[in-house]
Design a protein around this ligand. Structure first.
Ligand SMILES: O=C(O)CCC(=O)C(=O)O
Ligand SMILES: [Fe+2]
Length: 300
């Protein structure tokens, strides 16, 4: 079984397939997405070198929102290391990240170009999802993107274990540039609840929908469950951009066009910040926290 592939050059012809994929799978691959393969490769090599920086430099990458900064391998998660920033839509934030890590002029240039291109692609895909539902593409204007680069140090002992536990992403959509050489990512097939391996497809990008997409779409879009399995003793890199949703005090709320007598409002309005807090405090990382913001639920 293969996850759907959406050709970004073939719109409007792909709207139906894009909507179907977001509802049935909660994920799809995009090809012809407009980000040159050279930029993907340049970014990948910059990412590798950032992890080679001395620990005291990496530690300068502090959290702007919980979990957005440097994550050092620790006892609970000895194989995993991450750097990141919030918000990739702000060139000032991107520049500050580069300055803190003392990157070279070339690396700064690559990170800046990647940031603009990947945030732009996230907005374009979100806009097309809106279009595919007849809502236009303006609803996601001003949304923020969190950015995270991941390094997995898979050891002989970790082969056969899970590198990233089963979870959904909390935001609206995630663009994942996977390791083109090392597989291991698996998504859950909604119908059978079985995991399907997502093998890397060079120069494509993977789109995953998260909890906010489910709430915003009044339950139409599937928040895909996924995990990373360790298949071999190796180093694996991935680059994730999370288009989160409305900023600050703005609330996540399904547009009125999606609500009618047959489709009553399923979720209470909530802010991203409150929702993320709820997910963390209840340790509900696989979409369960949505049940706590159901219109008919009482949050305890
Ligand atoms: O590393 C990957 O391929 C997936 C990472 C992931 O699911 C995440 O960062 O949310
Ligand atoms: Fe994820």
């Amino acid at each position: 079984m293969m996850i759907p592939v959406i050709d970004m050059k073939k719109f409007p012809g792909q709207y139906t397939e894009m909507l179907r994929a977001s509802q049935e799978w909660g994920c799809f691959r995009v090809v012809n997405h407009g980000i040159p393969n050279t930029l993907l490769q340049e970014m990948k090599s910059v990412v590798k070198s950032l992890f080679d920086l001395p620990l005291e430099i990496k530690r300068r990458n502090k959290d702007a929102i919980p979990g957005s900064g440097y994550q050092q391998p620790n006892e609970a998660n000895p194989l995993y290391e991450a750097l990141g920033l919030y918000d990739i839509a702000s060139s000032d934030v991107v520049q500050e990240f580069c300055s803190l890590l003392c990157v070279s002029t070339h690396q700064r240039d690559v990170i800046g170009r990647y940031a603009r291109a990947i945030h732009g692609l996230g907005m374009e895909i979100a806009g097309k999802i809106g279009e595919s539902m007849g809502l236009g593409d303006a609803f996601c204007k001003g949304w923020a993107s969190q950015f995270r680069i991941n390094k997995y140090h898979f050891t002989p002992q970790s082969v056969g274990t899970t590198g990233v536990q089963i979870h959904t992403d909390s935001g609206f959509l995630t663009i994942l540039q996977e390791d083109e050489n090392v597989g291991g990512l698996e998504v859950m097939d909604h119908d059978s609840s079985s995991f399907v391996a997502v093998d890397p497809l060079p120069s494509s990008l993977l789109i995953n929908f998260g909890d906010i997409a489910t709430a915003w779409s009044n339950g139409k879009i599937c928040n895909v469950k996924h995990r990373v399995q360790c298949k071999e003793e190796t180093i694996r890199f991935s680059i994730a951009t999370f288009l989160l949703g409305p900023k600050d005090d703005q609330q996540v709320e399904a547009p009125s066009e999606l609500i009618d007598a047959q489709h009553p409002r399923l979720f209470l309005p909530f802010t991203i910040k409150d929702y993320r807090k709820l997910r963390e405090s209840k340790e509900m990382h696989a979409g369960e926290a949505l049940s706590l913001v159901r219109a008919n639920a009482t949050v305890t």
